[in-house]
Design a protein around this ligand. Structure first.
Ligand code: DX5
Length: 217
């Protein structure tokens, strides 16, 4: 299995202290996730690409688009938003993209890694024909839209199946990851752990990250 990676999601960070909160954790983060919601694909809304102008970090970004039909122009908005930031990957949802393969190819053509996400109820079969195009698959472990929800254990068999199919792929989990759940996801085969409220609502964020890593050893 590939190396374990920790990916704080800034969704639960204090927006008025965003830079400070990012500075605190950046030495302990493999990627930093920016969650983007449109109030169409999910019942919640966040700032869009302009958010990337509001902070700087040396940590490469993981842009998770919970957005219906992200157009090429929309994707470019993120890619061009802040030349000081490095975008590692853009993740789009299978359920949100009619021409999924084309969207993933477009992201890759801009030298950004392409990733695909599936919601808890979406079967793995829905993405088998794009597995060779992506560098990471995000298996949602909550219904997307809000941080602070409970981890859905019923998703674990899907992670196991994907790990069997793709021994070297980065398999990301997102939603309800904490000291009680991370080891379940990792035992099933996930290696990229997104956590938002667990990290950003901790008194000591660095300790929270170290404890999380320890919990999956
Ligand atoms: C869920 C988002 C997650 C969310 C996770 O809609 O995609 O990234 O921030 O939050 P926690 O870790 O609090 O479940």
């Amino acid at each position: 299995m590939p190396k374990i990676k920790i990916v704080p999601s800034i969704l639960s960070a204090k927006m008025d202290k965003l830079q400070e909160e990012i500075d605190e954790i950046e030495d302990y983060s493999d990627l930093l996730q920016v969650d983007v919601m449109d109030n169409v694909f999910v019942p919640n809304i966040t700032p869009q690409a302009e958010l990337l102008k509001k902070f700087n970090t040396k940590v490469p970004l993981d842009i998770h688009l919970m957005v219906k039909e992200p157009s090429e122009e929309y994707l470019m908005g993120f890619i061009d938003a802040n030349p000081n930031l490095k975008i590692n990957n853009i993740t789009v949802h299978q359920e949100a993209c009619e021409y999924l393969g084309k969207t993933l190819d477009f992201i890759k053509s801009k030298n950004v890694k392409a990733a695909v996400a599936i919601n808890p109820k979406t079967p793995l079969d829905a993405i088998t024909d794009v597995l060779d195009k992506v560098e990471m698959v995000l298996i949602m472990t909550v219904e997307p839209g809000f941080s602070g929800q409970g981890f859905m254990e019923e998703v674990l068999p899907k992670i196991e199946k994907l790990r069997e199919l793709k021994p070297e792929l980065d398999i990301q989990v997102d939603g309800g990851i904490n000291l009680k759940t991370a080891h379940l996801a990792v035992s099933a085969g996930a290696n990229v752990l997104v956590a938002s409220s667990y990290i950003f609502k901790s008194e000591d964020k660095v300790k929270a990250i170290k404890d999380l890593l320890e919990s999956v050893k």
